[in-house]
Structures are given as C-alpha cells and as structure tokens.
Design a protein around this ligand. Structure first.
Ligand code: PEP
Ligand code: MG
Length: 564
C-alpha cells in the first residue's frame, strides 16, 4: 500500500481471520468484473484483437494447468475464439454501439439463449460471462479480471471471490487469501478453511494493496500488515514451527483427564475425503453432499451418487462418516431445486424443506447412500439439514429407514434453527444423534444474513443467545445419552472448543487444518476446567465479554502457542 510520506512504514489492515496460520508473502491481486463507463467503451479497431488476445491468454493458461481447471480454461478459450460472438459484437458496433457495450450485449444475448436451452449449454453461462469480462477489460485497458495465474507462492487479494474463482485457484501456490468483503462463514472462508489456507475476510482497504508487495497475513489476529519487518517475519516462522509441532500429536481427542471428544473433519468432495482420511481425525462429522450437485443443471443419478458415497466411505475404512443430505437453497442455490420467486430464500424452501416440493431428490439420495452402505459393508451416519420441528426429524428418520438404511446406520438431524434447539429433547426422541450447525444457528438466532459480512459481530457464535441454544441442545443430549456434535465453523475455534466440551458436546467437526490446535487446547485442560469456561461464557453479557472470560481461564502457555 503506498504512503508517499512514509514509504516503508507498516500499515495494518484489520479484518476477520479464518484459521490460525500466519504467513509472509507477495500480493497477487484478483480484479473484479469491469464496469463500463456510460460515455466510453474502447476503440472499435481493437475489437477483433481483443477477442484474440483473450482466447490466446486463456489457452496459454490451459496449457500449463492440470485437471478440471485446465478443462475449464480450454473451454472458455474456445468460447472466446467462437466467431459468432465476434460477429454479433461487430454488427452492434456497426450499428453505433461502443465496442465494450457491444461485447456486453452480444454476450448477454448468448447468455439468454444458453439459459433458455438449459442442460449443458446453461452450464456454460459462467464461461460466457468470463469471456465478456476479459474482452471488455482489454478494450477498456483495465487489469484482467479474476485470479491471475500465480507464478510463485502468493497472498491472493481480492474484493471478493466467486465460488468459481476459488475453485480455479492453484492452491499449491496460495499462501493466504485476503478479501475485502464476505463473512467468516461465507463460501470463500469455508473453502479456505477446508484447504488449510489462512484467510482474512472483510479486510478494509485490501484493494489498495499493491501487486507484488510483501505482506504478513495473520489469520488468528485477522490482520494484514504491509512492509513486514524482521520481527513479524520471525513471528511467522515461529508460528509455522509451533503449528508443525502440534501436528505430531495424533492421538484421539480428549481432555487432560481423558474425557473423550471425537475430532472429525468437514468435507465436500472425494478429494477432501482422501486428504482427511490420511490425517489424524476420527472420521467425518459433516460431508456437505451439495458440492456434488452444485453447478449442475440436473441432480446426479442414484448410480452416480452411490459411487461417490461408496468412495468416501471406503476412504475412511469404517471410521465414522456423517453424510448430510442435500442442503440446497439460500446460500447454496441450485438450478433444479431453487424456487426462483422466493423473496427471502434463507427463510424459504431450503435444506430438508425441499422434501415438500421435490421429495424424489431426498429419496434418491437416501437410496444411493443405502446402496453405498450395502456395497461397502460400511454403515454411514446420515443427517438432514435445516430441521425445525420434531415432526420433521421423525419424518426424516422414517424416510431414511424406508430407503434401506438399517439399524446399523445412525440417523440424525442438524440443529441450526433456534426452534429445533429449544425443543431438542423432542427432536432427540426421534433420532440417534444431533449435530449443531452454528453457522446457520447464529444466522437464525441473530436474524443476520451469514453472507453479509457487515454484521459480522452479530454472527459471533460467542453471542450469549447462541451459546444458550447450544447449551440447551447439549443438555437435552446428555439427558437422553445421545451424541451432540458441533459441525459449524465455531468448532474450529480453540476457545470455543473448550466451551463446547464444557457444555457437554461430544464431537467437534471442522476443517482438517484446524484439528491440531483444537486437539492441543483440549489436551491441556481437564473436563472440570472446560465446564468452568462454559459457565463463564454463559454468564457473560456480550460475545466479547464471553470470549475474554474464556481466554482468561485458558492456560497462558496455550494462549501463547495458539495466538488466541
Ligand atoms: C452450519 O450451518 O453451521 C453448517 C455446518 O452448515 P452449512 O455451513 O453448510 O450451512
Ligand atoms: Mg447450515
């Protein structure tokens, strides 16, 4: 960030951290889609060359990329060299439109056609828009939008990243992600967490960082510091070494006095499953199956699903795997499941509620899971998202059993709606276990959109009202001696992990990279100390007070090691 008066003075940007890592590295900036100015729009002579430049650039990236990323880039390059797009834009320029507007409208016309055609064509709309953004940027002399190809390990800085941008990252070269917008439970944060990449969201001023300048990113503190001096570099190095030491403890999760707390991973794909299975976790506490359904025009078939579920179950060779049924809608829109006319999709037909409109989606998924169980001889756990009433829990359990998931499979539901937490005892009368989704539980308790980072303080899982609901759910579980897990992002926070254990939560599921710190903090405190921390958190009258009260009770050495 340039400050002409003090060129080498460090500047600290404060955001919200995701993960605990600290790194130092050069900035690689990702730019947003171009905005076409009302009065201008590029040089008509450059129209054809702009398309050619974009096609060549994408093809060059495709040639050096691998796997799905290479396919996406090659397909987009082909689209940029398709003459019908250029022809349409040329005609529009001839009719008097500026080149940038002509490209924008020509692409718009194709987007409409592709969307109406549905199927595979509709799935190409994202690529079309990407061509539009790139060609318009060339015409307007703006930087290429999206994440640039990374030549060296870098800190990716963006105003925001789309799920497609994040998926296209070459993660082997991403040291950290810093975004100016988003929230700590949004898709960028969750994906970064899953990949173990330190991330800072809502970093005000992020886009003023300069390409190539060195910054220190501290996810634990939520800070980005420019011109890092020797002290910060040494701290980053020490933190990396301490983190490496923590990974040598691979014993099952437990408190200092041996009270077991199952530590599990959150996964979304077969690749995640393979990574997690190789790590020191006791299984999976949340398999977000919707990742299989995303970006598809129609749902995957029973055969396709059965194969994926079997692969995941086999990866864990009998360790616990909790499969969550489709959680479409709201922040996870899907063409075949989302109701287009909902004004408040987060309060609409999402998660388990889809059974009202498209029951075959859930039936097919449960049948596929039953088939995977039979084929592998491994009994999965299965749970439904967004359960609000005991009746829904009972109906889901009945559907799972009907689909052929026998007594050896545990059937449960997620507690992420306050109604389910308040009546957890009734819900638990119908299912074998519950898992608390604190991301949505905070959203619905605090009436705060989890995608709107501006209200991030209200989404804090340390909010007394949210803690109260978690405590009520854990109490209900203890009353009937059934497992109560937590699989929201809060399980990854070591201070919160102490509180949750003290409240009686029996398992914590998180991104793989968060496990060592949580294992460490639990190992260093007895159950009685965790209970004391839980009481202190519940007694606090604000989220900040609750966090401070817990921090004051945690072993200072652990506070230091984990930078809590
Ligand atoms: C949650 O809501 O806490 C949760 C784990 O589910 P998701 O983040 O997928 O909505
Ligand atoms: Mg949820």
């Amino acid at each position: 960030m340039s400050d002409p008066s003090e060129p080498d003075e460090p500047v600290t940007l404060q955001g919200v951290g995701v993960g605990r890592g600290m790194v130092v590295g050069p900035v690689a900036k990702a730019y947003p889609s171009p905005v076409i100015p009302a009065g201008g729009g590029g040089d008509p002579e450059r129209l054809e060359a702009a398309f050619r430049q974009v096609a060549q650039g994408l093809q060059a990236r495709a040639d050096t990329a691998t796997g799905a990323l290479a396919d996406v880039l090659a397909a987009t390059a082909m689209m940029a060299s398709d003459p019908s797009l250029l022809d349409e834009a040329t005609k529009r320029v001839a009719a008097g439109e500026t080149p940038a507007h002509a490209v924008d409208r020509a692409v718009g016309q194709f987007v409409e056609m592709f969307t109406a055609a549905g199927g595979v064509l509709a799935e190409r709309v994202t690529d079309l828009r990407s061509v539009r953004d790139r060609v318009v940027s060339v015409l307007l002399d703006l930087p290429e939008p999206g994440v640039p190809p990374l030549q060296r390990p870098s800190v990716v800085v963006a105003s925001d990243l789309s799920p497609a941008d994040t998926a296209a990252l070459d993660v082997s070269k991403v040291l950290a992600i810093v975004i100016g917008h988003g929230g700590p439970t949004g898709h960028t944060a969750i994906i970064a967490g899953q990949l173990g990449i330190p991330c800072v969201v809502r970093a005000t001023g992020a886009m003023r960082l300069e390409d190539g300048e060195e910054v220190a990113v501290d996810a634990a503190a939520g800070t980005v510091v420019t011109h890092p001096g020797p002290e910060l570099r040494a701290r980053a190095q020490a933190r990396a070494e301490a983190a490496a030491v923590l990974t040598t403890d691979t014993a099952p999760g437990a408190t200092a006095d041996g009270h077991a707390v199952t530590l599990l991973a959150n996964i979304g794909t077969v690749a995640d499953a393979e990574r997690a299975a190789a790590g020191a976790v006791e299984g999976v506490g949340l398999f977000r199956t919707e990742v299989l359904f995303l970006e598809r025009a129609s749902a995957p078939t029973e055969d396709e699903q059965a194969e994926v579920y079997a692969e995941v179950l086999r990866s864990f060779g009998g360790r616990k795997v909790v499969v969550r049924t489709l959680d479409a809608g709201a922040d996870k829109p899907m063409a075949f499941a989302t109701q287009p006319d909902e004004e408040n999709p987060a309060l609409g037909v999402r998660g388990y509620r889809l059974v009202r409109r498209v029951p075959e989606l859930l039936r097919t998924q449960l049948a596929a899971l039953a088939r995977a169980a039979k084929d592998t001889g491994i009994a999965p756990w299965v749970m439904a998202p967004m359960i609000a009433t005991a009746q829904e829990a009972a109906d889901f359990a009945a559907l799972a059993r009907e689909a052929g998931l026998g007594d050896e499979c545990r059937v449960g539901v997620m507690v992420e709606v306050p109604a389910a937490a308040l009546r957890a005892q009734d819900v638990l009368a119908h299912v074998d276990f519950v898992s608390i989704g604190t991301n949505d539980l905070a959203q619905y308790t605090m009436a705060t959109d989890r995608l709107r980072g501006t209200l991030v303080d209200l989404l804090d899982p340390f909010q007394p009202a949210v803690l109260e609901l978690v405590a009520a759910t854990a109490r209900a579980g203890r009353g009937v001696d059934r497992p109560v897990g937590v699989c929201g992002e809060s399980a990854a926070d070591p201070l919160m992990a102490v509180v949750l254990t003290g409240l009686g939560v029996t398992s914590l599921s998180m991104s793989l990279g968060a496990v060592p710190a949580v294992r460490h903090v639990l190992r260093r405190h007895t159950l009685a100390q965790c209970e004391e921390a839980a009481r202190a958190a519940l007694a606090a009258s604000s989220a900040d007070e609750a966090r401070a009260a817990v921090r004051a009770l945690v072993d200072p050495e652990v506070v230091e090691t984990l930078a809590l």
